[in-house]
Design a protein around this ligand. Structure first.
Ligand code: PRX
Length: 582
């Protein structure tokens, strides 16, 4: 690749039309161009795993490195596209031998091991629907998702299986549990009835004819939290690869010889759309690190593997800022040429800090589980407006609209909405078509975010229009946390809000009214926190609990979380006319 030595930008930025005349290029854009660049299956079908892996082997890039995996203790494994092809074929064969059929849901509850990538892509090759689960989840979220999706196969690891053993019998659709015992880490991996992943893979054929999926067949489902009820499974289709492939180039500026690192876990949508599909459909080599956040380890990884494009999140950036720029400057991170961020508002200080620590700004972009891919971005080739999420991608109309779906005047706040029909658009919420339909109005998908658009078309995030909490880039539904707390015998009522936090943006805070006879002691507070952590996940469980005599409710009995939040922040309590009289 040919770089400009001063800006470090490739001379052939992947977004040439948009640099010349942004508006004209957006209007004239047609997805046909992207369709022509994909490989497609023989016979015209579309399969994400084929685009990500097999096409590169067929086109003579089989020997190229696809994945450099670094384990928690620094061990390393490398896989070429050809090796990935064989491993994913084998896993597709394992699924077929277990009787999995097209459309069956196969869920994966694993750490960031190489196997999670073989398994997820193997599921897609077999025509099944992949359901990745974040490995920090406790038993309740795993049970809820397995039950709702009717998953028939679960792939997990010995320690994680132990964590959820009590809820597995409640997941009655589950027929098979496959256990990945990486490098024999566990000496007693298999419970009765479990199947060894390694033993099945050893028997499986390396040849597999990919199930002839169409662009509309379901591919991946990610559960995402709303204000009410349990999380909903947003279902995507194979067609989303168009979106992820194109935005990999436009928004992440991916080029053939990049070494790309996405720090998100495949248990969340960023970790699949941009930790699997975007880079590999572009044939780019990825670094995958099993461990969690530690600033100095991260910088060592960038220096050692010469990461060029880095996709991370504002909470991680704020944690790095806390450690200070010096730690970054002590390493040679000069290989980096493009850095981007997603998931929460990126404060301008974070952008400038990137410049200080790495000589590069972070480029913010915006999207959601439901959108499947990036829709608004600060591009490599255009000016960043610090604090803005950037401008819409070509081929997609973003609206800031009022309650009547009319465009809000330039610069004024409204609902952030997307004109339906973009390629990565989710297809339904599993088992909840009614909720899905409720997200659409007059040809717009209403995202639940509030924003404004300036005269240059840059979109500025204002906040959520609902009670969903964003903690460290993960959405948490207050209802889930309230339900978990209510299972404790001492809890009569619970109300949960997001409390502003300088690092994680928000942390989960609960207000609890106790059953008569229980005392609001420090001991009980700690017990409730432990109880919730055991059921949910660290991060999702409340970080703080306040005891209050009773919770403010509407006359119809709904907890007024808005009021709890206003009181917590010492703000005006707003309209309380529907408040229940005490
Ligand atoms: O509220 C917005 C926030 O995260 C939500 C989407 O979360 P999720 O479905 O978990 O997808 C995460 C992967 C993109 C959005 O509705 N959000 C996302 N990106 C930004 C953001 N808030 C502010 N700025 C962003 N760049």
């Amino acid at each position: 690749m040919d770089y400009d030595p001063i800006t470090k930008r490739p001379r052939d930025l992947r977004l040439p039309p948009m640099l010349e005349d942004y508006d004209a290029s957006r209007r004239s854009f047609s997805w046909d161009q992207v369709e022509r660049e994909l490989a497609w299956l023989p016979g015209g079908g579309l399969n994400i795993a084929h685009e990500c892996i097999d096409r590169h082997c067929q086109e003579g890039r089989g020997d190229k490195q696809a994945m450099i995996w670094v384990g928690k203790s620094g061990e390393e494994e490398r896989y070429t596209f050809e090796q990935m092809r064989v491993e994913t074929n084998k896993f597709a064969n394992v699924l077929k031998s277990l009787g999995a059929k097209k459309g069956d849901r196969v869920f994966v509850f694993l750490d960031r091991l190489p196997e999670i990538y073989f398994v997820l892509l193997g599921i897609l090759k077999a025509g099944c629907v992949a359901g990745p689960l974040f490995s920090a989840f406790g038993p309740d979220p795993v049970r809820d998702r397995l039950q709702d999706s009717g998953a028939s196969v679960l792939v997990t690891a010995p320690e994680l299986r132990k964590r959820i053993k009590d809820v597995l019998p409640e997941c009655t659709d589950l027929k098979h549990t496959l256990i990945v015992n990486k490098d024999g880490r566990s000496s007693d991996p298999l419970a009765a009835g479990d199947i060894s992943y390694e033993a099945e893979m050893a028997k499986a054929s390396p040849d597999f004819a990919i199930e002839p999926t169409t662009r509309d067949d379901y591919s991946i489902m990610h559960y995402t939290s709303g204000t009410t009820g349990k999380p909903k499974g947003a279902v995507h289709r194979h067609n989303s690869v168009l979106h992820q492939y194109a935005t990999g180039q436009w928004c992440l500026d991916l080029h053939e010889d990049d070494l790309y690192w996405c720090t998100a876990d495949p248990g969340w949508v960023t970790g699949t759309s941009y930790g699997i599909i975007a880079p590999w459909s572009n044939g780019v080599t990825q670094l995958i690190y099993e461990g969690g956040f530690r600033a100095t380890t991260w910088y060592d990884l960038i220096a050692k593997y010469k990461v060029t494009v880095w996709y991370t999140a504002p909470t991680a950036i704020r944690m790095m800022m806390k450690v200070g720029a010096e730690a970054a400057k002590k390493r040679d991170t000069s290989s980096l040429r493009f850095m981007c961020s997603v998931g929460e508002p990126l404060n301008p200080e974070g952008i400038f800090w990137g410049q200080e620590a790495f000589d590069l700004p972070f480029h913010d972009n915006w999207w959601q589980t439901e959108t499947g891919g990036i829709l608004v971005a600060n591009y490599a080739g255009s000016e960043i407006k610090p604090g803005s999420m950037g401008r819409p991608i070509p081929g997609v109309e973003i609206g800031i609209i009022d309650d009547d779906c009319k465009p809000a005047p330039t610069g004024e706040e409204g609902d952030l909405a997307v004109r339906t029909g973009w390629p990565g658009m989710f297809q339904t919420y599993w088992n909840n078509e009614e909720m899905y339909q409720s997200k659409f109005k007059e040809g717009w998908y209403i995202t639940g975010d509030r924003a404004r658009m300036d005269e240059d078309g840059y979109v500025w995030f204002i906040g959520r229009s609902d009670d969903v909490i964003n903690t460290a880039g993960h959405l948490v539904g207050p209802f889930e946390v309230e339900s978990a707390l209510l299972e404790h015998p001492a809890v009569a009522e619970a109300g949960v809000i997001g409390k502003p936090d300088p690092i994680a943006m928000e942390v989960v805070k609960a207000f609890v009214a106790l059953v008569d006879g229980y005392e609001p002691t420090e001991k009980l507070r700690n017990e409730l926190m432990r109880f919730a952590r055991g059921k949910l996940a660290a991060g999702v469980a409340p970080r703080e609990i306040d005891f209050i005599p009773s919770l403010p409710k509407t006359r119809s009995g709904k907890i007024m979380r808005r009021l709890l939040k206003a009181r917590e922040l010492g703000l005006d309590e707003g309209d309380t006319s529907t408040l229940e009289d005490d």
